[in-house]
Unconditional design. Structure first.
Length: 67
């Protein structure tokens, strides 16, 4: 549990709305106007990680909340 708790303190996890809120707060905290997002949604064997449907969906859902 200690390892999981530590990882969650350094990650953005939640619904698209919750993730957008966390990212906005993070950007405000550091005084920046952009952040990099690296979704960790999985890909099946044979699927390119960069274009895995789950990763694409994660970014699309987040974008709908942010823009």
């Amino acid at each position: 549990q200690h390892i999981v708790d530590g990882a969650l303190r350094r990650a953005v996890v939640g619904s698209p709305a919750e993730a957008a809120e966390q990212l906005t707060a993070l950007a405000d905290r550091f005084g920046v106007d952009e952040v990099m997002v690296h979704p960790v949604a999985s890909a099946h064997r044979g699927t390119r990680a960069a274009t895995a449907p789950a990763r694409v969906a994660t970014l699309e859902l987040l974008a709908k909340e942010l823009f």
